[in-house]
Design a protein. Structure first.
Length: 163
């Protein structure tokens, strides 16, 4: 059985495609890429059909990650096929939980940085869109740090399914 994870930010051109790319690489490194499906979306459809922000692409490629991406908007009907919906900040968390058709679907929504033990109380990944390259680098650092804990949680679930 495939475990499905979707990362969600606002426009699906900066934070969520970065998280998707990093987490896809982590699942491949862990040998779980055949059992875990990773994608991303935005709470809004402003950039639907566009590629990732060029700064996102640059930072991903500079760090050895795949940067292929096409933006899309999250749809409430997707909850039925998803196991985990990862919000990049509290605004996305609230929006996604409002979209959830059932309480069980709302429970699938988690903040990415909640998987980073060193994050403290600040669980938002700041939006780098209106800033410079340093914001994109910081975003990648936060995503990478949280991806380790997220991978451990997903691995536990996936390996539990196989048992």
């Amino acid at each position: 059985m495939t475990y499905r994870v979707c990362f969600v930010c606002t426009g699906n051109i900066c934070r969520s495609p970065m998280a998707e790319s990093v987490f896809r690489a982590r699942t491949a490194e862990a040998g779980l890429d055949d059992r875990v499906e990773v994608d991303s979306a935005g709470t809004g459809g402003w950039h639907e059909g566009d590629g990732a922000d060029p700064r996102t692409v640059s930072v991903l490629e500079e760090h050895g990650y795949d940067s292929a991406h096409t933006a899309r908007q999250f749809r409430p009907s997707w909850f039925a096929r998803l196991d985990l919906v990862i919000a990049l900040d509290h605004g996305h968390l609230r929006a996604l939980r409002r979209l959830a058709p059932t309480p069980e679907d709302a429970a699938k929504v988690r903040l990415l940085r909640s998987y980073d033990r060193s994050a403290g109380d600040d669980l938002d990944v700041p939006d780098p869109y209106y800033g410079g390259m340093d914001g994109f680098e910081e975003c990648l650092e936060m995503v990478e740090a949280a991806s380790e804990g997220l991978l451990a949680a997903v691995r536990e679930h996936v390996e539990g399914q196989a048992a």
